[in-house]
Structure formats: structure tokens, C-alpha cells
Design a protein around this ligand. Structure first.
Ligand SMILES: *Cc1c(COP(=O)(O)O)cnc(C)c1O
Length: 233
């Protein structure tokens, strides 16, 4: 884990320049790609340093960790929930959450709906798709996606804003290019459906190991932890 501000600055600049290059390579505008800094296990003092270096999007995968840090980091930042969300944690979600990347099952949609009704909130969510089909990965299977989204957008307090996936880890990220390509295709298919409460504005794909390939395949949100903050301990 990182300690040193100069190192943090260097990492952040390097990630941003790699994002820029990947975007330009694929004929995209670098400004259209949102960098979410994944801050699980990163302490608030380091996050504040990152904020002062220009990072204002934070991704957390544990609700309690998000709440604890959001109480400390009183800045104009956006919070993203990116990991598997337990339904019994939904009651802690509040208006500080900008985007939930990991809607992966109906039980969770129902819990979000109930919480949304109670707090007068409409949640912006991405549907997590298990493109690779790995058994250990969460996510709706590609063949169930349409039916799942149709049911979710009918609930009322959930707006589906796009799709998210996690590719299998590989030494050579070229091997998982097809996963990102497939998610892009699914988003195009879904966009054709033109449903109320649904847009396919965001494709959240790409992590430290594979974000350049993901951008080349159409990602406009990348979720990057260790390349910015160092290896998690
Ligand atoms: C931890 C995590 C990331 C970031 O992983 P790095 O390899 O450290 O960049 C991205 N997305 C999700 C869902 C994660 O849990």
C-alpha cells in the first residue's frame, strides 16, 4: 500500500496518461472515460491526498467501509459501490451513493427498491454481467440479461444506466478482450430495447491489469485500485 505522496502522484498521472492513450488509440475522447479510484482498504488520509491530486470518484466494495470513510471525507466526491452487495447492507445506503455497479440478482433489486421507496431515492445502477461464465463470479448471465433488466426497470426506484463486468484475471489481458467486446455488444442489444428507466450510458469494465484493453473495447468507466494505490495488504 502506498505511503508516499510523490508516488501517489506519479501513479495517478501514469494511469491517466495510459487511459488517454488507450482512448486516442481507439478513436475516443479521453474526457469521456471516467476513472473510479478503487479505495477498498485505503485509509482516508491517503484518499484525501488523492482527492487533492484530482481524484474525486471513489469505488468501495463494502458498505460499512464506504459509510465510515464518507463520514470522514467530507468533500465533493462521488461514491461508487462496486462489489457484491449483501441485501442486509442495503439499509445503510444513503444519498451519498452515486452509482451502484453490481446489481446482480433480483433479491438485491427488491431490497434496493424497498430502500428507495423508504428514502424517496431512485438508484442509478449498472447490471453486473457474468460474461466469462466463471462460477466464482457474480453477475447475471448474458442469456438472462434482457428479462432481468425488464423486470428491474419496472420496479420504479431503480434506473439501469448500463452494464458492468469483471474479466477473469490473466497474465496477458489480450486473452480477455473478448469479455469486454461481448459486454459492449450486450449493451448495444439492450439499447435497442428502448425501455423506460433504462439507458446504456455506462460500460464499467477494466481494472488495473486490463483497463487499456477494456477502453479499446468501449469502456467508459474503469475501476482502478492497485495501479494507483499499490498492492492491497
Ligand atoms: C478491487 C476491485 C477493482 C480494482 O482492482 P485492481 O486490480 O486493484 O485495480 C475493480 N473492480 C472491482 C469490482 C473490485 O472489487
Amino acid at each position: 500500500m502506498i505511503r508516499d505522496n510523490a508516488q501517489l502522484k506519479e501513479n495517478l498521472e501514469s494511469v491517466k496518461s495510459r487511459i488517454r492513450d488507450a482512448a486516442l488509440r481507439s478513436g475516443r475522447n479521453p474526457d469521456d472515460i471516467l476513472l473510479v479510484g478503487v479505495t477498498k482498504t485505503v485509509e482516508p488520509d491517503i484518499m484525501m491526498q488523492a482527492y487533492d491530486l484530482g481524484l474525486a470518484e471513489f469505488g468501495e466494495n463494502r458498505v460499512q467501509e464506504f459509510i465510515r470513510k464518507a463520514d470522514i471525507i467530507n468533500r465533493e466526491c462521488h461514491w461508487h459501490i462496486i462489489g457484491r452487495l449483501q441485501t442486509n447492507k442495503v439499509k445503510y445506503l444513503d444519498n451519498r451513493v452515486s452509482l451502484i455497479h453490481s446489481l446482480d440478482r433480483m433479491e438485491l433489486a427488491l431490497a434496493l427498491q424497498a430502500r428507495g421507496e423508504k428514502t424517496g431515492r431512485v438508484w442509478d445502477v449498472l447490471v453486473q454481467v457474468n460474461v466469462s461464465g466463471e462460477e466464482t463470479k457474480a453477475g447475471v448471465s448474458p442469456k438472462d440479461l434482457k428479462d432481468f433488466v425488464s423486470a428491474v426497470v419496472k420496479l420504479g426506484n431503480i434506473h439501469v444506466k448500463g452494464l458492468m463486468t469483471i474479466a477473469p484475471y490473466t497474465e496477458d489481458p489480450e486473452e480477455v478482450r473478448w469479455v469486454f467486446r461481448e459486454l459492449s455488444k450486450l449493451a448495444v442489444d439492450m439499447q435497442r430495447e428502448k425501455k423506460e428507466n433504462m439507458s446504456m450510458e455506462f460500460l464499467s469494465m477494466g481494472m488495473s491489469n486490463d483497463f487499456e484493453i477494456a477502453i479499446e473495447e468501449g469502456a467508459n468507466i474503469v475501476r482502478i485500485g492497485s495501479a494507483i494505490f499499490g498492492e492491497r495488504t
